[in-house]
Design a protein around this ligand. Structure first.
Ligand code: ARG
Length: 430
């Protein structure tokens, strides 16, 4: 059965190729499709296109479908194109011809748009919560290990004293910037496209402000063509958001893999959180962080996929847009998996509290020694040269006291201020 049935059956190949993965992926849109339809018919009643009785009947039918979805009884049947067709078909089967009235003033083009906006809005909020959880864990670890020093590197060479407080806290604070990108995608998704119909509006006096209120959108996409262009734009913003979060979590995972190597041995995991080798009996590998790293790398390619799929599409709906779901839906899932895996494993990390006892890190303290001389009145360049010559001659002996006091340094992490900054960004998700 086709919503657009005109008395002929499309070729099977055309059907299969164009429907693609919709019957499977659209299941995630089902609750939002019903929610969007409820708002649409309330508005149709308000402008006189449905009677109060018809509205009550239709709302009852949609409520029943919503219950079917919640209880796992809803499916998109064989031969039905997508979720929009399934909902209308069920409604008409159960309620009779009144079911055929819900689609007035609407097209599947704005129907799928509104479903996607509601779906993305929710999933971006879930991701924001996941980011917040990982942030909390990292900041707690930063506080807990704030006095444990570790080497800081530049060019992968031993550079200056750092600390686990600084290391964990760095990733926490960076996640705040990533969350700003997620908030931008959330705002982009939080605009009502309903009423744009096929992309050029309708001659019915649709009350688009009313559906905006009913669906708790922040605002509406006023221009009906802009509303249609929102498909692709929302996905692009979402892809940048995933890219931002993934880049930070991927780097963190890389650090952990490196620092768990015996050559570093800065961190370790209890055995049960490592994996083994089929040939080397001693192996305890950090596979969770490796898989997280790979997923994060792959997630960063979503921007490319979405950009290429939407570049140079002409104005108006094109069926190309359907395939964005194939890219964004699994990506959202993958992001949430990474966030929860890291939230699980990070608190299990053990830190090595005696790293700097090893003489290979002695040069970390050369700048401290230079600075102490400067504080005693020696010009910086002279002090630098003297300590440099000591190193050159193999005479350098470190004084391992460190005293960093300025904002954001190892002795003054400002984690409270970082938390306040996070709270302000997180509040944007309502
Ligand atoms: N499955 C379609 C999509 O995701 C629904 C909209 C179909 N509209 C159309 N004009 N064929 O884009």
């Amino acid at each position: 059965m086709k919503l657009w049935d005109k008395g002929f059956e499309p070729d099977q190949m055309v059907e299969r190729f164009t429907v693609g993965r919709d019957r499977e992926l659209d299941m995630a849109l089902a609750p939002y499709d019903v929610e969007g339809s409820m708002a649409h018919i309330r508005m149709l009643e308000h402008i006189g296109l449905l009677t109060a009785d018809e509205l009550t009947t239709l709302l009852g039918g949609l409520q029943q479908i919503q219950t079917d979805i919640a209880e796992g009884r809803f499916e998109i049947e064989e031969g039905i194109e997508d979720v929009h067709s399934e909902v209308e078909k069920l409604l008409t089967e159960r309620l009779g011809s009144v079911g055929k009235k819900i689609h007035a003033g609407r097209s599947r083009n704005d129907q799928v748009l509104v479903d996607l906006k509601l779906f993305y809005r929710q999933r971006l909020k879930d991701i924001a919560k996941g980011v917040h959880t990982v942030f909390d864990i990292l900041l707690t670890l930063s506080e807990r290990h704030k006095d444990v020093l570790m080497p800081g590197y530049t060019h992968m060479q031993v550079a200056m004293p750092s600390s686990f407080g600084l290391w964990f806290g760095a990733y926490a604070e960076t996640l705040i910037d990533d969350l700003r990108t997620v908030a931008a995608a959330f705002d982009t998704a939080n605009q009502n496209p309903l009423g744009s119909a096929a992309g050029y509006g309708s001659s019915f006096p649709l009350d688009r402000e009313m559906t905006t209120r009913l669906l708790h959108f922040d605002t509406l996409h006023y221009n009906v063509c802009a509303a249609q262009m929102g498909r692709g734009k929302t996905e692009r913003a979402l892809a940048y958001a995933l890219n931002a979060v993934a880049s930070t979590l991927g780097r963190l995972s890389m650090d952990v893999c490196l620092f768990m190597s015996q050559n570093f041995a800065f961190v370790s995991l209890p055995d049960e959180f490592t994996t083994g080798s089929s040939i080397m009996p001693h192996k305890k590998n950090p596979d969770v962080f490796e898989v997280a790293r790979s997923k994060c790398n792959r997630l960063q390619s979503v921007v490319n996929e979405v950009s290429l799929m939407t570049t140079n599409l002409p104005l108006g709906y094109q069926r190309d847009l359907q395939l964005l779901k194939d890219v964004t839906f699994p990506a959202l899932e993958e992001m949430e998996e990474v966030l929860s895996a890291l939230a699980f494993i990070l608190p299990r990390l053990r830190v090595n509290t005696a790293i700097l006892d090893d003489a290979r890190y002695d040069y970390l303290f050369t700048v401290e020694d230079v600075n102490r001389r400067v504080l005693r009145g020696q010009p910086f360049r002279e002090a630098y040269r003297e300590v440099g010559l000591q190193v050159q001659r193999g005479e350098y002996r470190p004084d391992k006291r460190v005293s960093h006091t300025h904002a954001g340094s190892i002795g003054n992490l400002c984690n409270d201020q970082i938390r306040q900054k996070m709270d302000a960004v997180f509040a944007q998700f309502g």
